[in-house]
Ligand binder design. Structure first.
Ligand code: ADP
Length: 273
């Protein structure tokens, strides 16, 4: 009869609705777990530098500040700790924006070689402390113009180059190379001959807060977010990121970018007819 058919349809509708609610609740639960885990990680990351800074301040209050040499030394160390906190908070801010999808890319055309050079200049001091040479694998005569968010790509290069110095060996090298790929793409490679990464860690490398050697990396003072930020930025560009590494031999991180095929040459000064 029509009544039972209606009842059946109604029951089906109710079941469908219940199922939908269940899925919604489950996805909320996943997000809540994610949030809790994130908050746990954040407080864990902030705790160590905060306690370090507090340690120096307490020692000074306890009387160490009467010695001008110690006062100077401890204030400088406390300041280093605060600098590190600022660095971590900046990375946290960036990863949050990237994960929420709240970061608009500002595409322009720029010379990737020039950008690599400027990042080299930025970290030359840091590299020279370990006597690490920052090099291009060849001489690039002409600019290589890419289409991307320059500031974000600078961050990608910075994070990869800083890592290659941090996990590089004394007297080692960090080499950047840029190669044409088919279809208007270039691949940018950052290669080091440092400590390398054992295969077992590779799949988790780009997860936020993941570190191969917790104590070692912490000494180096990273946020554990560098590679997660790199991956997000490259994926936001719809490009790809790769890693190849051999334990104790070295690592190579590479990513693709869109190349601007032809740059219009406008010569205004020397027009002849
Ligand atoms: P961190 O702040 O710990 O450097 P990252 O996200 O930048 O965080 O890197 C995650 C981990 O990957 C590092 O802790 C380190 O163990 C490993 N790693 C990254 N880059 C390199 C590299 N060039 N050589 C060896 N290990 C690396």
């Amino acid at each position: 009869s029509p009544v039972t058919t209606d009842m059946k349809t109604l029951i089906k509708e109710v079941e469908k609705f219940a199922q939908k609610r269940k899925t919604e609740i489950e996805s909320l639960k996943v997000r809540e777990d994610y949030r809790k885990e994130f908050m746990g990680n954040v407080s864990h990351e902030l705790k160590t530098p905060l306690f370090t800074v507090q340690g120096y301040i307490l020692t000074l209050i306890d009387g160490a500040m009467n010695d001008p040499a110690i006062l100077d030394k401890y204030l400088n160390r406390a300041n280093k700790g605060v600098e590190r906190l600022i660095y971590i908070v900046k990375d946290l801010d960036m990863i949050t924006k990237l994960e929420v999808g709240d970061l608009n890319l500002n595409y322009t055309n720029f010379d990737i070689i020039e950008l690599v050079q400027s990042v080299f200049d930025l970290f030359e001091m840091k590299a020279s402390k370990k006597n690490i040479a920052l090099t291009f694998d060849m001489n690039y005569q002409d600019p290589i113009i890419v289409h991307a968010d320059k500031e974000r790509i600078q961050q990608v290069l910075s994070n990869l180059i800083v890592n290659s110095i941090k996990y590089g060996k004394e007297d080692g090298t960090t080499e950047v190379s840029i190669e044409n790929l088919i279809k208007n793409k270039v691949i940018v490679r950052v290669t080091d001959n440092g400590e390398g990464i054992a295969q077992a860690h590779i799949p988790r490398l780009f997860e936020r807060f993941y570190r191969v050697d917790k104590s070692g990396s912490r000494k180096e003072g990273g946020s554990g977010l560098g590679l997660a930020i790199v991956k997000h930025i490259i994926e936001a560009h719809h490009e790809r990121i790769y890693v190849e590494s051999d334990y104790r031999i070295g690592s190579e991180f590479s990513f693709t970018l869109e190349k601007v095929k032809k740059f219009p040459v406008v010569d205004v000064g020397t027009k002849t007819t």
